[in-house]
Design a protein around this ligand. Sequence first.
Ligand code: C5P
Length: 214
Amino acid sequence: VNRAAWRGRRVLVTAGPTREPLDPVRYLSNASSGKTGYAVAEAARRLGARVTLVSGPTALKAPAGVRLVPVMTAREMLAACLKTLPSTDLVIGAAAVADWRPATLSRTKMKKGRGAPVIKLVPNPDVLKALAARRRKGKPVTAGFALETSSLLANARRKMREKGLDLIVANGPEALNGDRTRAVLLTRDGRSHPYAGPKAGLAAKILSTAEAFL
Ligand code: C5P
């Protein structure tokens, strides 16, 4: 990496799951640990970037020197990202955003004893796609992830195109927890770079690959 290219750059990272409430004590969510996004935020900070980490609930501590913006729902995540977007040079969408949320939020705890409830879901915003759609002259540089259980590379390439990304990190479900991962980094110019190793190394690889687009 060229450290001079990173000093003072503004990097926005989304991380963790989102949590979509059903009632005051229940929610829909997923198994994302947030580790990859936090590793990316830390790596960017170490390169000298100014990092905002918009994160759903995780068990992790924000890396030193990183501005943490905690959020719960997908809609809160989008709103928080839109606030910092205008001054952002690079967006990395590592969050596992819930694709759906309950259509209604019960103000009181849902009661047992009236039969099992049927929960209607409605689609959440695609945070990364919404951010990419606001780009002007290709800025900010935008990167995302594709977690696929089949046709990994083909599906990841399609997502890169459909969401309008410069770079996508394709990985399998084994990436979800743990500290190690295997991935292939695909860029919009058609290159691919395989990676296997700790998530901290993947974070460094994502940044060195994104640097070419800064
Ligand atoms: O479409 P899919 O969920 O597979 O795309 C994954 C990528 O899109 C990740 O980078 C994820 O952070 C982002 N995403 C998002 N908002 C969603 C769904 C996915 O930002 N609602």
